[in-house]
Design a protein around this ligand. Structure first.
Ligand SMILES: [Zn+2]
Length: 319
């Protein structure tokens, strides 16, 4: 993407389960339970953790929900492949919402720039089959001395027809209780609306609105996420918060379809710390208030961009 490094935001988030959490490993185990949480071995010790892919999936689907609420049909259905006729989309307005990864315009000078320009907000941020996206999140491991406890729960198979229990269908699951985990979020070459989207997600995480893992309808998975470190970095020193648009060349702005949004008044960042070639600004204590004026950028982007663009592959081939 752009083959340059212009800016980056790094955020550390401390995740505390409010309810018990189960992120299923999907592997058969000797633990006895049918469903067990994911674990790995760190320094020879069995450690339960939350995989970054699960966290990213939860954040993406939450952002898709926010986007559809603010602006109908503004994001694609990522796995909706137009060549697979068997996918039934129940909502009328979304029948053309093929995944951005299956779309192509094919007339741009730079195919990756055209793919970015045509992609919806969620794909621009989290990636699609065409490119990796700007946002990444690490696995969340427990802090030293704050590992989660394991508890056993039982479930009863329910007959989908009668609503009664099914004789002989019992299942056990193990859930994680308590613990404090930490994950690292990184967003490079961010546009200002993308930083706004990140802040919307961080706020909802803080307000315990997000649920992770399985069994959400049975009261599992609510988490609270607190920002413990927030910094933005640039290739050159800046005296106000800047996004990709003001750092890119006019040609890049056009090719990548960057959103030309500026806050009403400049957002100061304080003094830079130089780290190698990077100029880093730490905004851990002030991010929520200092970046509050960014929030409208997200809705404005959705309106300005107008949703997934370009034709779905099979339509072009059939033309
Ligand atoms: Zn998309």
């Amino acid at each position: 993407m752009m083959r340059k490094w212009l800016c980056q935001a790094d955020v550390n988030v401390r995740i505390e389960p409010v309810d018990s959490v189960l992120i299923k490993s999907g592997y058969a185990t000797l633990d006895g339970a049918d469903m067990v949480p994911v674990c790995t071995f760190i320094n020879g010790k069995k450690t339960y953790y939350f995989p970054g892919t699960s966290l990213k999936g939860v954040l993406r689907s939450h952002l898709e929900r926010i986007s559809r609420t603010l602006q109908p049909n503004s994001v694609c259905i990522p796995y909706y492949d137009p060549r697979k006729q068997d996918i039934k989309i129940p909502v009328d307005g979304e029948r053309q919402s093929h995944g951005c990864g299956f779309r192509t315009r094919g007339n741009g000078k730079d195919p990756s720039a055209a793919a970015y320009s045509d992609s919806c907000a969620a794909c621009r941020l989290f990636g699609s089959l065409k490119f990796a996206g700007r946002f990444s999140i690490s696995d969340a491991y427990p802090l030293e001395g704050h590992a989660a406890q394991i508890e056993q729960r039982n479930g009863v198979g329910i007959d989908r027809f009668t609503g009664g229990t099914v004789k002989g269908v019992l299942f056990d699951l193990q859930v994680l209780v308590g613990g404090i985990f930490e994950a690292k979020i990184r967003m490079f070459n961010f546009e200002l609306w993308q930083l706004a989207a990140l802040n919307l997600l961080l706020t909802d995480l803080q307000d315990e609105i997000l649920q992770i893992g399985s069994g959400r309808s049975r009261g599992l998975g609510r988490v609270r996420g607190c920002v413990t470190d927030y910094r933005v970095a640039y290739a050159k020193p800046v005296n106000r918060l800047e996004g990709l648009f003001s750092l890119a060349t006019p040609e890049e702005q056009r090719e990548y379809g960057l959103h030309p949004w500026e806050p009403a008044s400049a957002i100061g960042l304080g003094d830079a710390q130089q780290r190698g070639l990077r100029y880093e600004y730490v905004i851990t204590s002030s991010w929520s208030s200092a970046l509050a004026s960014l929030i409208p950028a997200f809705e404005e982007f959705l309106r300005w961009h107008g949703g997934p663009k370009g034709q779905a592959t099979h339509l072009r081939e059939g033309a």
